[in-house]
Design a protein around this ligand. Sequence first.
Ligand code: F6R
Length: 366
Amino acid sequence: EKGGYEHFMLKEIYEQPNAITDTYRGRLLAKEGIVRMSGVENHKEKFLNANRIIIVACGTSWHAGLVAEYIFEDIARIPVEVEYASEFRYRNPVITEKDVVIAISQSGETADTLAAIKLAKQHGAFVFGVCNVVGSSIARETHAGAYTHAGPEIGVASTKAFTTQITVLTLIALKLAKEKGSISKSDFHYHLEQLELIPEKVAKALKADDHIKEVAKTYMNATNCLYLGRGYNFPVALEGALKLKEISYIHAEGYPAAEMKHGPIALIDEQMPVFVIATKKGHYEKVVSNIQEIKSRKGKIIAIVTEGDVDVKKLADHIIEVPETLESLSPLLTTIPLQLLSYHIAVLLNKNVDQPRNLAKSVTVE
Ligand code: F6R
């Protein structure tokens, strides 16, 4: 059932090209220039008249929500707030009928997310679900939704659910941007074409696996790691750190790269691996200068870069390449090496990759 892979997690990492294709099949019609999503189409007015979108989720799904915040605001020009479901539900939040709430959940059973949905409904908000498990509690409790169609995710550490959630949310953002006229026709078409190419680029990113395993060997004995990114790749840094923590039990923190100098830089010494997402589009020069700051404090730099990169290559101890794409789509590629890295480190440390201690696949209690 693991299809020849040693663990479900590795199988699910490798399934991502197909999973993303399954997610956009029938929805992304690049030639026609159409995004077809009935759940959005049937409630178009709700989305277009919304004062803001509130995204509620937990864990990895919350990270997908953060990526969505960037693209919704960037191209659809709708204000977005991303909330931990557990914090949202207990802080007497301001919710009105003019709010659209998007709940993101792989399992569709997460107790806090479910409770946040019920609260939002009580206040008259329109609630849209992005779930993977068909017929799950969250799928049933929401007014409308879109499934990720990633197929069953068995490994406790979420991988293909994350990239397919981002895919669905990107499609929604594109559809709304087109409806609102906040994106140019040519930009819209270009986004669709580029999104369609993502599965083959993910497949290409997966080809770095042997190299990533070598990098994993170099850093497997680290006790603390930092993950840095900016813009669209800040949430990827958070997700990279979470993936390492949960399956290898190595302490890791994700930070926006520019926040370094406000505290975490004090941690850096020659023992500290720093994983930096430094792809070409989006604040590249600024990330390069952040890398220089780490280097001058003797931190070890492992950079995720765009194929053919030269500047970061000169500074970093290790680089891992991913294909070039639009900045807004780059999380779908930069996530891949970080998943593989965590996987290999955990395997090298003999950890139970598919069932890490203290964790459950679906968190049905708060
Ligand atoms: C991390 C992980 C968890 C889940 C979180 C939300 O790899 O799996 O952080 O993302 O428990 O679960 P869902 O998406 O099922 O609501």
